[in-house]
Design a protein around this ligand. Sequence first.
Ligand code: UD1
Ligand code: CA
Length: 452
Amino acid sequence: MTIKTIILAAGKGSRMKSKVPKVLHKLAGKPMLQWVVEAAKGLGSETIVVYGHGGEQVKESLPSFEISWVEQVEQLGTGHAVQQASGDITADDTVLILYGDVPLINQTTLQQMLSACDDKTMSLLTVELNDPTGYGRIVRQSTEVEKIVEQKDACAEELLISEVNTGILALKGALLTTCLAALKNDNAQQEYYLTDIIEMAVNAGVRIDTIQPANEFEVQGVNSTSQLNQLERYQQGLYAEFLMQQGVTLADAARFDLRGEVTELGTDIFIDCNVILAGKISLGSNVRIASNCVITNAVIEDNVSIKAHSVLDDCHIGAGSDVGPFARIRPGTKLGCDTKVGNFVEMKKTNLGDGSKVSHLSYIGDADIGKEVNIGAGTITCNYDGVNKYKTTIADGAFIGSDTQLVAPVSVGENATIAAGTTLTKDAPDGVLTLSRAKQMTLKNWKRSNKE
Ligand code: UD1
Ligand code: CA
């Protein structure tokens, strides 16, 4: 049995009041459409996305997924949208219909729907709402579903029905293809309604099995940034709860955001308020992250302390290290064990050996730094000549005095000392002092000028 998921994503989403296509708006760091595609892939299904508004931009947004893209040039209704994908459907496929703007649909719910679906049964996801306004109503004949009536086509009695259509359904390819071919648009909105296939299926002797989601957020669609925010907060609540269940201490679960995934988690981790973790994050034991840190794609080993207001991106922080406050660790940086990177230090593409320190106000880029090196305040690697980037190498045990400029390519030898204020343009040998500094003098007879 092949499962094929058709994801409707052609709508314009004008209530988002945005130039970005609706389904590309992000929820917990991922486009809404990606959430739905991942749910479909998780079921082992082939995925067909019906796109319209935002055309190429939507297609290019998910390069790493195998997707069959189908364009719906004019939006003539949900039934018309599914018709565009019918060329990809064969009779014995099991077809699942999902929506690019209903991002939090759960795989367990979908799995239940797929299990219930066979040649004689179609699965429909419905939900009871206190206020069903705007939704298609589920009309039942005694207990069995008879049809779906859209709000605009419903009579007074039907409008009282509180069980509504979520739009999500599963059925066999043969049934879908037959029904799609028979759709008409003789209704209040002159649209081809996907919902009309329910009555057709019933008339063909197919039973409609209804399933309810575990919670309402699963089937909540997004039409505005306000609705997107409701789902964002819900999802962030789930992430925080998940981390706390693993023993992480959060200073405030409502002020923690994960926009990606935590791939590894040690014990006794503490995360203070307003921390954002993005991409793939691995946290060792006894890691402490102070408030207002933004950390993206990082491996943070045991006993690391990241102090307040630090920004870390694509980096590896060795065990026992201390970073921040106000540190900026840029891509390609690897700190060894027991290192210290202090305030107002920027590092990029740098290896910092075990036990080395860059404690204050420095820029270190394209550098290879050995063990137990001390880099004084205000040190700058001059790694760029306006065209090319060059490397700075500093061997184990070196001491770089404050306010040194290392004009790359340049290297500093083992246990070398560079005097404060040096502009190093040639390699500094092992074990000795190197300095470049104008000799100090005192002019005894010099006088300040006086105002006339
Ligand atoms: C639809 C259902 C309604 C259900 C509701 C749940 C129909 C006729 N009605 O109504 O029973 O209660 O969803 O939210 O199906 N889309 C396209 N192309 C189109 C039209 C729609 O891709 O031509 C996409 C939209 O982008 C959206 C989804 O399909 O993601 C639903 O379309 P929408 O117009 O919002 O349907 P509703 O009128 O809300
Ligand atoms: Ca809708």
